[in-house]
Design a protein around this ligand. Structure first.
Ligand code: CP
Ligand code: NVA
Length: 313
């Protein structure tokens, strides 16, 4: 993993994910370390963020490194300066770049021209750091991943794609319910199905949320209109109306099922009022785990990992 980009969960194998989970568990137990002393991460965002920005900044600080935050207004990625030039300049200053972009292609160009690793901090296509932290959370709650069933209800979006790939690489069963027209694209769905064949899980699509959720161990949803889709928000509210996760839908899952959401959430839209605040909901553990997983990721990519590893392999 040292020196590599992380643009997609597909850049990882199942063993990488298991190792990251193990390392994140160790990081969580050990707290502050000084393994990235002298290393600097640029955090360059075209969109707003609470969790991703704070967790990247604190992850570097807790590992002894530094960050430089570049807001959308400061960089003007592709407007004030071309993406290749930004990549080449930043590479002269920092050891890695975490970037949040509207278009995934921007991220690919950035990575193509950067001589330091580029980490996808969310694009319109994927959100790999979220999926990795989510698997850490599921592992902590359930003690395993292999054989568990995750039901994703809502939009076949960036979060769904990354989660499907991560589940498929770790032997989880992944069911997704979306309105037709909002399903995950065939090429990435087929990639996940191929992964699942080797890892021992099943990937399944339906337009019926009840079918997806029945008997699931994990019920997951995300916003219906992602950042950049604000103009479609009202239309999407109509289209996704039957896809809200409410108490009745959740009751079809296993009795010990957990509810997950990457946040920010729109209570009363994709998730009914109150669900986020029930004991079944692990959304704030999820948010915390962004920090621990990103510490493991940064340690792996920046090559500073020298602590003894134990736990999940
Ligand atoms: N879940 C997540 O990525 O949150 P932010 O957009 O606040 O970073
Ligand atoms: N799908 C959402 C996730 C936010 C963390 C978005 O892209 O806005």
């Amino acid at each position: 993993m040292k020196g590599k980009d992380l643009l997609s969960v597909a850049d990882l194998g199942g063993e990488d994910i298991r190792l990251l989970i193990s390392d994140a568990i160790d990081m969580k137990a050990q707290g502050w370390l000084s393994i990235l002393s002298g290393k600097t991460l640029a955090i360059m965002f075209e969109k707003p963020s609470l969790r991703t920005r704070v967790s990247f900044e604190l992850a570097m600080r807790q590992l002894g490194g530094e960050t430089v935050y570049l807001s959308p207004a400061e960089v003007g990625l592709g407007e004030r300066e071309s993406v290749p030039d930004v990549a080449r300049v930043l590479s002269r200053y920092v050891d890695a770049i975490a970037a949040r972009t509207f278009s995934h292609q921007t991220l690919e160009v950035l990575a193509g021209y950067s001589s330091v690793p580029v980490i996808n901090a969310l694009s319109d296509w994927e959100h790999p750091c979220q999926a990795l932290a989510d698997l850490l959370t599921i592992y902590e709650k359930k003690g395993e991943l292999q054989g568990l069933t995750l039901a994703f209800v809502g939009d076949g979006n960036n979060v769904a794609r990354s989660l499907m790939l991560a589940a498929s690489l770790t032997g989880m069963n992944f069911r997704i319910a979306t309105p037709s027209g909002y399903a995950i694209e065939d090429d990435i769905f087929n990639l996940a199905q191929n992964n699942a064949l080797s890892a021992g899980g099943e990937i399944f699509y339906t337009d019926d949320p009840r079918q997806a959720v029945t008997g699931a161990d994990v019920v997951y949803t995300d916003v219906w209109a992602s950042m950049g889709q604000e103009a479609e928000a009202e239309a999407r509210r109509q289209i996704f109306a039957g896809y809200q996760v409410d108490g009745e839908l959740l009751s079809l899952a296993r009795e010990d099922a957990i509810f997950m959401h990457p946040l920010p959430a729109h209570r009363g839209e994709e998730v009914a009022e109150g669900i986020l605040d029930t004991p079944q909901s692990v959304v704030f553990d999820q948010a915390e785990n962004r920090l621990h997983m990103q510490k493991a990721l940064l340690a792996g990519i920046l090559g500073g990992l020298e602590i003894p590893l134990a736990g999940y392999r």
